[in-house]
Design a protein around this ligand. Sequence first.
Ligand code: 3H9
Length: 697
Amino acid sequence: MNSPVKYEIVDEIGVITIDNPPVNALSHAVRKGMLDAIREAQTDASRAVLIHCEGRTFIAGADITEFGKPPADPWLPDLLNEIEASTKLVVAALHGTALGGGFETALASHYRIALDSARVGLPEVKLGLLPGAGGTQRAPRLAGIEAALELITSGAPIPAAQAAGTGLVDEVVSEDLLDAALAYTKRLLADGAEVRRTSELEVAPVDPAVFEACRQAVAKKARGQTAPLRIVDCVEASTLPFAEGEKRERELFMECMQDPQSAGLRHMFFAEREAAKIVGLPRDIELRNIDKVGIVGGGTMGGGIAMSFANAGIPVTLIEIDDAALERGLSIVAKNYAGSVKRGKLSEEKAAACRDLIAGSTDYASLADVDLVIEAVFEDPELKKDIFARLDSVCKPDAILATNTSYQDVDAIAAATGRPGDVLGMHFFSPANIMKLLEVVRGDKTGDDVLATVMALAKRIRKVAVVSGVCYGFIGNRMLQGYFREAQLCLIEGGTPESVDAAMYDWGMAMGPISVADLAGLDVGYKARQALPEDQRDDPRSYRVPDALVEMGRLGQKSGAGFYSYDPATRRKSSDAAVLEVIEREAQELGIEREPLPADEIVDRLIYALVNEGLRVLEEGIAQRPGDIDVVYIYGYGFPAWRGGPMHYADTVGLDTVLARINEFRERFGAENWTPAPLLEKLVAEGTSISAFAKTG
Ligand code: 3H9
């Protein structure tokens, strides 16, 4: 087999070239090839060594697909120590994204030159890991402890110029990296530059309080996660002799690798990339051009969607019903951009350029030349159908027509047009300019190229897209029904808004379900229930309390009170005895004897309701694969990424345990809410897992 690493002498420089697409990850073959090359360079006629990569990037890290498999020599830390020990100068030439083990390779080299467009970083924390090949020991020696802590605990890559400013990179060039790197290496030789081993540098001392402050900051920012705290331990150990610090780094790296948190985050890394792929469609399917977009409806949702496109440089025409509504919509967009400028997220110039890309109109004829229209009006099925019939008559042939609905039947909306093959759902999450998730709803007749075009477009506007089939609520909101039902039942059976929220927040959810209900507005569900006949309104125990609150004028955050009371100035929430009275009164009327519920019961009821419905969604083919459901929950519903999403979490617990608990709930609470999904029973009977089912189908 050809090695992905080539070695040749060019003008007295031993050039090691790595060519391992797509991202030059440090697979076993790469490590082996690099070791052979650096050993050869020690005794051949070369005067110095240059490491560089073919393709779009310098090494982007260890090969994550090898994690969890038996280790194969050479191990990366040993390889990098051998590179650093070279008696000839070693220079690394960086382009693209030099990340993780890739950047550690650069740190173990004696000098680093980078293209100005390159970004460097140690993103291991995002995989629940820490840099395990000397990164936690070498970065502080070059950049200082505080800069290293920031780089490694955040995992965020930094531009080459910034890296040069902190000493992590020595030289930045703007073109022809290989030529520039050869010239730089020759200059170092001519100047008599020394072999400069990072491990031999002193760490600049800092006040030990820096470590404690960082521990407190990461415990808050990365709530519940272990890797960021282990990173601080490692960086603190960089003040010891290198060998001791390195030993500590190895121990803690192995500890993180075995932690289920890392398994969850690594699962998410691949699930997110897999979600972009459409089962059964070739990757090279011809896509439609999307150069111009129309949006119908300039409310909060439409405005946020418009911003997502403008931020990616795509012009948008926003349609509203009259001048006043249009004015309102555009001014909200302008206010949002002004806020981003104020918070330092965007420069004034960039904000102005984005604003200029959003034009307004009250005339549907302005949509005649757009390539995609997204309808984002409120959830009225008849209104949506009317709009689609109008779009059908004004839009050019081949334009894609999308509805941003959360619940409505995309097939019925498509049927209002003469071109159902061009119609699909694009379900954005609020605020649409911030939230990463996009559910792309594939109707019965949606064309393959239409679906593929919108999935590719999602990446352009920096969304994480997941394909969903048509059903009430699609993947995310459909699963949420059971989760919210159980939250309300836990409340009336003996919980309080605080105890139910705390159980879920402490487990890792971004927000407790009762606070989420207040944020969304209690009147939304109330109105939906009022529209239904009484016998179709779900379990009355699950909505009597919120309905009573709405009837008291407590609509949630927007009215200053819901399950909690909110300070009008700060929006800070506080508990309210009046709510407890309502809960107790409704419980009494329903004949429920309230008893306090343990937190683990609250968690199991809410999370297993999600898991059970998720398995139905999977079995019905609404979701393409379990990882897609995990992506939906992590990017759209504040599920903790380090638990890997509800499907991965169920596998972690063990499906037999999940089924036993659901059966226990069926005994205690009845089959109506707690019938195990047939797929769950099947997988348990077969002794397999959800992830194994995903691989074999
Ligand atoms: C580490 O280094 C540990 C060490 O400290 C210690 C060891 C002892 N491995 O994202 P994309 C695949 S931990 C294997 O769509 P982009 C990816 O799955 C590692 N595969 O492209 C996808 O495959 P497919 C630290 C990898 O241009 C394809 O490449 N490093 C790896 O949007 C394209 O990926 C990281 O955490 C990998 N390391 O973004 C960096 N990376 O086409 C992780 C990517 O089959 N990677 N693939 O779906 C990234 O952040 C982005 O992939 C990158 C490119 C920015 C590089």
